[in-house]
Design a protein around this ligand. Structure first.
Ligand code: ADP
Length: 203
């Protein structure tokens, strides 16, 4: 196979990216998740974690050996130059790992899920953009319930993400997640048939 069809799945916080990813996985499709990879590259005993500790001081590592994400978030929030330093360290490592996982995926096509697919260069790794969309009120309600945080905090995160209109304008395919999870599963099943047909043309 010359090239494996790569579907880029994105959507705002709480829109249902993980729920849709699970549907694709149940159909036997490999899912590469940018959030998962971003956590993996700073797991205990990684070079990146050692570099972070050297830069920010050993207190950034918790007694159990894991990164103190809350502290790191505060440090980079307070100082854009520190944020830039961290991104310069991590982005190349994350992108390399993402490329490896996309290359190694063994299903007919692969789904690459990322909240920042369209905001970063990550969309360049994909052939088609699939946006999962739902009304903002549902996004806030679902994410607040899932993460047990205040709706205002979800809204603050949403304000940093692409608007619903901007995101939809860049979609080739859309999942409408305003109904039940069963309804979402049905929509993913239909897209799956379309993607199988598209991927067989690439063979
Ligand atoms: P994202 O990964 O985009 O942040 P999730 O897939 O985690 O969003 O969905 C947010 C929360 O809403 C999760 O707890 C999920 O189970 C729930 N959820 C997602 N879609 C639906 C739906 N159609 N009906 C009910 N709950 C949903």
């Amino acid at each position: 196979m010359a090239h494996r069809l790569t579907i880029g799945l994105t959507g705002g916080i709480g829109s249902g990216k993980s729920a849709a990813s699970a549907c694709f996985e149940r159909l036997g499709i490999c899912v590469v998740d940018a959030d998962v990879v971003a956590r993996e590259v700073v797991e205990p005993n990684t070079q990146a974690l050692a570099d972070i500790a050297q830069h920010f001081g050993p207190a950034i590592i918790q007694p159990d050996g894991t990164l103190d994400r809350a502290q790191l978030r505060q440090l980079i929030f307070a100082d854009p130059s520190q944020k830039a330093w961290l991104e310069a360290l991590l982005h190349p490592i994350i992108n390399q790992r993402l490329k490896e996982q996309l290359t190694n995926a063994q299903s007919a096509y692969v789904v690459f899920v990322s909240p920042l697919l369209l905001e970063t260069t990550q969309h360049q790794l994909t052939d088609r953009i699939l946006v999962i969309d739902c009304p903002p009120e549902s996004q806030v309600a679902r994410a607040a319930l899932r993460d047990n945080i205040a709706p205002a905090q979800i809204e603050a995160i949403m304000a940093t993400q692409l608007s619903r209109t901007e995101r939809l304008a860049r979609a080739q395919d859309v999942l409408h997640n305003h109904g039940s999870l069963d309804d979402l599963e049905v929509q993913v099943g239909k897209l799956h048939q379309r993607y199988l047909a598209l991927s067989s043309r690439l063979d």
